[in-house]
Design a protein around this ligand. Sequence first.
Ligand code: NAD
Ligand code: UDP
Length: 308
Amino acid sequence: MRILVTGGAGFLGSHLCDRLLKDGNEVICIDNLFTGRKSNIAHLRDNPHFEFVRHDVIDPFKYEVEQIYNLACPASPPHYQFNPIKTTKTSVMGAINCLGLAKRVRARVFQASTSEVYGDPEIHPQPESYWGHVNPIGRRSCYDEGKRCAETLFFDYHRENKVDIRVVRIFNTYGPRMHPNDGRVVSNFIVQALKGEDITIYGDGLQTRSFCYVDDLIEGFVRLMNQTQTVGPMNIGNPGEFTMLQLAELTLKLVGGKSKIVHKPLPADDPKQRRPDITLAKSVLNWAPTVELEEGLQRTIEYFKTQV
Ligand code: NAD
Ligand code: UDP
């Protein structure tokens, strides 16, 4: 198949491009390189089945493709809050442009949505049926509401125009090719530990997240995209739940060194807990994560040793 990946030079996008090429597809990757890097796809430069185009998804694009994966959007809070209006535009205009193209060329289109649509959840763990608890006017809203609006657009194009959609809700995912200055917790802790700097825990560190290793996530993406039983939304994530304090201690144990844990102010609207209910992915995709946090962290640490 010929497949378009938006945000393909980013952390997840570059792993997805690798996987799609490995499966024998042609891949066109479009990315404005805001948080993505050419180095993430440098190994694909001479692959005749891969094409990179520097392009911003808020502007329309046209390619004859059979599938579209829409991943373009900064995902780390410091990066998506850097220019919040642009973040909303990226989510909303990016979705409209992908859906318009999918309608025109009759492609199947996949939206990388997020557990952030659940906000600071009052139901735990979070099933897809939960509508969420989101602040519409806070610092995280550009991302959360942008992604929620993108889901709305996907389902309206599906109902109104019969566009063939798939929507995944991704829970915190980590692994090689995260940017060393990405700002998300796993990369921050590993880079700090490797440099012997203080480990920065925001707040008391008792807030929880569930961390999925990138290879498990990409397997879930491809299975969701290529089945016809459901369009989603579908949670993909690892239900193993950890406090940030536990993550810091595990990172320190694996990296070694002399870093100390320090506490910094908790950012506004930081969700207190997050854990996916993956019943749907298990039953429809026969999917479950296979990489435990300790093993995935070890692999990610090996990667960051080559970067810092
Ligand atoms: P990332 O920042 O590494 O990748 C995002 C990519 O999109 C980058 O390459 C960036 O340059 C590109 N991009 C941003 N704005 C763009 C624009 N206007 N036009 C074209 N390209 C643009 O982050 P990631 O972790 O790889 O996230 C990929 C997708 O998955 C995002 O849509 C994100 O919201 C979603 N997601 C990720 C996670 C996670 O834990 N990694 C969790 C939930 C959702
Ligand atoms: N966090 C932290 N120290 C850091 C970066 C993040 O304690 O250096 C916390 C953050 O406040 C949040 C959790 O780790 O509670 C996950 O943050 P991240 O930005 O990775 O993802 P998100 O909040 O979007 O789930």
